[in-house]
Write a protein that binds this ligand. Structure first.
Ligand code: F6R
Length: 608
């Protein structure tokens, strides 16, 4: 989604802003722009399309200045076009503003401003806010911004500069992340730490309702009542190399191949093999609380929702606690049953997904304890939950989630193990699960070593128009995830279904042109899945079968076999999802799709 970066210091801000915007490209955007302040006033450059276009504009009409703000836009109000790109200028040309989020009452505000003679050049809510700041300006930029935000309803992360009050960037956040980066004689603002990681690791995360005035030699954070706040300085422990492609063609491929390492990182220090137990320091649940939980609700979106479905089975299997899985976007608009003994698990790679955040707040409001399974350290969900399990998968830049998914499943297994061992799960069974978890990284490595086989398969099926993914039990969610991976990056229509449910409808689609991917490891439902494979075979569907050992029942039945190492049924989704990620990746590449930035998608969806 939209990205913000800002700089104030002694260097020329423009190359720093461009560099920062490029680091934010992965979030998805359709236009970009910068505004810089220098001795001649405000200079704005904007372009529709990729940042390379903005660079071309800057090459023709260069700009320079020690204070600047930049933005990548993901269209909400008005189509992608230069006139709708940020920064927006106020009518008198003294104020430039960039904005992530949505001002919901912009139409009403716009009408009022029009009546006062303001003219609008874009379709955006942001331009309305910019002119409102001009209208309310009375000598100090931060006062005008605060007054404008009091009148605006909705969500925002904004950065504002003005020729009338030079030397400062005013930033504010409500519902859209923003941080201040601390340097020596220079300061930054950014919506995402990766934008400024090359220059500083010390950051101050703004909370909802915070404003900040950021200058070359300092910054001040305050609230909507103008009271100064003391926000802690956090240290970012990512390495720059983690947000670079490091020789891989795409971030997605790099992240798929990182999984042996990222799974190890998720488990580091958390698996106690001899006790068959897990140690989860941050969950903030006492022994008694762990025992009194009588209901679990897991809420998430997209890929994280798929891992939630696996989490449901894990917790019910190991701990025998009833679990409900809810799309975060649905949870808040119905009337869910939440008791004081409800644990609400919130899963989010980014920790910023607007629907998931809102669902977590709703669960809290209704009295549930919240537990975040989040990857991005310091993100809003991680800061607002009651306790958490960080995934430690490192920055995920590819828009399609891969390594975060497998880490989520492992984190859920660790949690289920803990809940189970606190209840009726035996230490023998616990040890078996702990060992199987520890074996996963090496098993994923074995699968990755066979990537060329999957690439060959991708060549064969790259022109298919539709795909079906079928699985049962623990691998029904894997089927959903496999289908999502393929559709979002290759634009091939793909559906995931419970294998047996297929005969209640989707079977009508099967003919010799329909590739059907079966996820059929040798687990408790294997024989049942083989019957479903027979049904597809009888209708001449093309069968790609993922299985975990040589199976004579599959001979002559499947067109292609992909082998994964054997593991416990409950952990098969971790292994099975890896070849499906690779299949989706190679098909998308062979179709010429932009794998890391698929059309219309954003890495973290910060609007409802
Ligand atoms: C798909 C994908 C999305 C995200 C979803 C939730 O590959 O990445 O479906 O899983 O937008 O994002 P997070 O986990 O950041 O809340």
């Amino acid at each position: 989604m939209c990205g913000i970066v800002g700089y104030v210091g002694s260097r020329n801000s423009v190359p720093l802003l461009i560099e920062g915007l490029k680091r934010l490209e992965y979030r998805g955007y359709d236009s970009a722009g910068v505004a810089v302040l220098n001795g001649h006033g405000l200079e704005t450059r904007r372009a529709e399309g990729k940042i390379a276009k903005l660079e071309q504009v800057l090459a023709v009409t260069p700009a320079e200045g020690g204070l600047g703000i930049g933005h990548t836009r993901w269209a909400t109000h008005g189509p992608p076009a230069e006139r709708n790109a940020h920064p927006h200028l106020s009518n008198d040309g003294t104020i430039a503003l960039v904005h992530n989020g949505i001002i919901e009452n912009y139409a009403e505000l716009k009408q009022g401003l029009k009546a006062q003679g303001y003219v609008f050049h874009s379709d955006t809510d942001t331009e309305v806010l910019t002119n409102l700041v001009q209208e309310l300006y009375g000598g100090r930029l931060e006062d005008a911004v605060l007054a404008a935000l009091e009148r605006g309803e909705g969500t925002y992360g904004i950065a504002v500069v003005s020729t009338r009050d030079p030397g400062k960037i005013v930033a504010a956040r409500k519902g859209s992340p923003l941080l201040v980066g601390l340097g020596d004689g220079e300061h930054f603002i950014a919506s995402d730490a990766s934008a400024i990681l090359a220059h500083t690791r010390e950051v101050v995360y703004l909370n909802d309702g915070d404003l900040a005035v950021v200058r070359k030699d300092g910054y001040r954070v305050f609230d909507m009542k103008a009271t100064t706040l003391d926000r802690p300085v956090a240290k970012i422990d990512w390495e720059l190399a983690q947000i670079e492609r490091g020789g891989y063609d795409h971030f997605m491929l790099k992240e798929i191949f990182e999984q042996p390492q990222t799974l190890e990182n998720t488990m580091r220090g958390r698996v106690v093999l001899e006790d068959g137990m897990s140690k989860l320091g941050g969950i903030n649940l006492s022994h008694d609380e762990l025992l009194t939980i009588d209901q679990v609700i897991i809420t998430a979106c997209g890929t994280s929702w798929h891992s939630a479905l696996i989490g449901e089975m894990l917790i019910e299997d190991l701990a025998r606690i009833p679990v409900e899985v809810e799309y975060a976007s649905e949870f808040r608009y119905r009337n869910p049953i939440v008791t004081p003994n409800t644990l609400c698990i919130v899963i989010s790679q980014s920790g910023e997904t607007a629907d998931t955040l809102a669902a977590m707040r709703e669960a809290k409001r209704r009295g549930a304890k919240t537990l975040g399974l989040v990857n991005v350290v310091g993100s809003t969900i991680a800061r607002e939950d009651d306790g958490g399990i960080y995934l430690h998968a490192g920055p995920e830049i590819g828009v399609a989630s891969t390594k975060a998914f497998t880490s989520q499943v492992v984190a859920l297994a660790l949690l289920a193990l803990k809940l189970g061992r606190k209840r009726q799960l035996s230490s023998v069974r616990g040890r078996e699960i702990a060992q199987a978890l520890l074996d996963l990284p090496a098993q994923v490595k074995q699968i990755l070593d066979r990537a060329p086989e999957i690439e060959a398969l991708a060549e064969r099926y790259k022109d298919a128009q539709n795909f079906l993914y079928l699985g049962r039990g623990y691998n029904f969610p894997t089927a959903l995830e496999g289908a999502l991976k393929l559709k979002e990056i290759s634009y091939i229509h793909a559906e995931g279904y419970p294998a047996a449910e297929m005969k209640h409808g989707p079977i009508a689609l099967i003919d010799e042109n329909m590739p059907v991917v079966f996820i059929a490891p040798h687990d408790a439902v294997f024989d049942k899945v083989v019957s479903n494979i027979q049904e597809v075979k009888a209708r001449r569907g093309r069968i790609i079968c993922l299985t975990s050992r040589e199976e004579h029942m599959l001979e002559g039945l499947v067109d292609h076999e992909i082998r994964i190492p054997p593991t416990l049924d409950m952990l098969t989704p971790v292994l099975a999802s890896v070849p499906l990620q690779l299949l989706a990746y190679y098909i998308a590449v062979k179709r010429g799709a932009n794998v890391d930035q698929p059309r219309n998608l954003a890495k973290s969806v910060t609007v409802e």
